[in-house]
Ligand binder design. Structure first.
Ligand SMILES: [Zn+2]
Length: 332
């Protein structure tokens, strides 16, 4: 079906998910392959459960941690990237398309209050929700600009704000968990529909001991209700995320694992088919010691293997499996 747009419809979809005790996952994507992997995994889950399933597909703009609109297009033009992302989502979600039982939401992730200001002041009608991210601004400024964004767009799109202060007054990186008081102040003063809090998985921190802290989520949810968004979920093992719904989390963002954990799969598949992928170039790689003794070298380059299409299918299959493991956790 077409993308679910408009604040009322999006709110209703989240309410229906909550009835089923479902956390709606958000998968970020910076290419068409990832979007199709998300949709294919969700369609399989919908078929398995015999019901429609919701999913959010997201992209960041100029977010310095990962500027996905920049990476989406080979030209590295973020305007092109944004248009391709939205068009791909729209084409792949069309009513007569390949994933008829998936309710797709589009999300602008980590919209930067400064670097993405032009987009955030423009037409956001092709997005179901927007994360307005002023978390690297001082706290008072964050509250002020987020409240102004909610006043302008809060009746059109679901707004996710960041009740987090990444940089402290001395310019250092803050890593502490978000307190219930801070989260409550943020919701009261901004009117944001959903709130990103640091629950221990904060991807901008470089700590080795990243983990999801359910007690922190529950303490916040007691004050503001089940409005929490968890970011940085790729940094913790999947089973740690089983209790999200009962902890008050309504949305969870995932990206890194999709790319990080499928790259080794592609490397293996290419090595196992070295001759079909690279023909005579594989022999050269073996002579240089980059290919080991078990790599096949006798065959010829094969069009079934040396195309982007084959490489994309290897990655898509791996992403589908990862996505399915999250859906198994949250959609029962
Ligand atoms: Zn994030």
């Amino acid at each position: 079906m077409p993308i679910v747009l408009g604040k009322d419809k999006v709110v209703a979809l989240y309410a229906a998910a909550a009835e089923r005790q479902w956390v709606v996952p958000t998968f970020c994507a910076e290419n068409q392959t990832t979007i199709e992997a998300v949709l294919a995994a969700c369609q399989a889950k919908a078929t398995e459960l015999g019901t429609r399933v919701p999913v959010t597909i997201a992209m960041t703009g100029r977010y310095s941690h990962r500027a996905q609109a920049v990476h989406y297009a080979g030209s590295r033009n973020p305007e092109t990237g944004l248009e391709l992302f939205l068009s791909d989502c729209e084409v792949l979600s069309r009513p007569a398309g390949d994933y008829p039982d998936v309710d797709v939401l589009t999300h602008f992730d980590h919209g930067q209050y400064d670097d993405d200001a032009a987009w955030l002041a423009g037409d956001l009608s092709r997005f179901s929700s927007v994360m307005y991210d002023a978390s690297h601004a001082p706290w008072e400024l964050n509250l002020e600009v987020t409240a102004a964004f909610v006043a302008s767009y809060g009746d059109q799109v679901l707004v996710e704000g960041a009740a987090d202060e990444v940089v402290d007054a001395t310019g250092g990186i803050r890593g502490e968990l978000t307190s219930a008081e801070r989260a409550a102040e943020f919701v009261e003063r901004t009117g944001a529909d959903m709130v990103v809090a640091n629950l221990g998985t904060e991807h901008r921190a470089s700590a080795q001991d990243l983990r999801y802290v359910p007690e922190a989520a529950r303490a916040i949810a007691e004050r503001i209700g089940p409005k929490l968004v968890l970011h940085g979920a790729s940094s913790v093992p999947v089973p740690q995320l089983a209790t999200l719904f009962s902890d008050g989390v309504c949305k969870v963002n995932i990206w890194t694992t999709l790319e990080r954990d499928t790259s080794p799969l592609l490397l293996r598949a290419m090595l196992e088919n070295a001759d079909k992928v690279a023909g005579g170039a594989a022999v050269q790689l073996a002579a240089e010691g980059l290919l080991g003794p078990n790599a096949p070298l006798a065959g010829r380059a094969d069009i079934e293997f040396f195309t982007s299409s084959w490489r994309n299918q290897v990655v898509l299959a791996g992403m589908r499996q990862i996505i399915a493991s999250y859906l198994d956790l949250w959609y029962k």
